[in-house]
Write a protein that binds this ligand. Structure first.
Ligand code: SF4
Length: 98
């Protein structure tokens, strides 16, 4: 019997140019997060990768850290993350998959 390895998003990040509040966190709220009031106060208006979905627990755009997703999250939300990336109007959601 051949057991197929489940598809997994290994890491996901948001490059410069995000126009916040336009889809990703509606498509996959477990992984993406729109900026909150605190972010706006500090002029950090890029959407984020939820710390709860990441191995390092940090909420940020993950462009610099390149932290991997918790493996179960990367498997569970594989389709939604890809859907969010395709739906991003400025194509700033990047990911690696296996
Ligand atoms: S869909 Fe793209 S541009 Fe829109 S909030 Fe998400 S990352 Fe930013």
């Amino acid at each position: 019997m051949i057991i197929e390895k489940p598809k997994r998003i290994v890491k996901v990040w948001i490059d410069l140019g995000c126009i916040p509040n336009c889809g990703c966190a509606d498509t996959c709220p477990a992984v993406f997060k729109y900026p909150d009031d605190k972010d706006y106060e500090s002029n950090d208006i890029t959407s984020k990768i939820n710390g709860e979905s990441r191995i390092d627990g940090i909420t940020s755009d993950n462009a610099k850290e390149q932290c991997e997703l918790i493996p179960e999250i990367g498997i569970k939300y594989y389709k939604e993350i890809i859907e969010a990336a395709y739906g991003c109007p400025v194509e700033v959601i990047k990911y690696t998959a296996e």
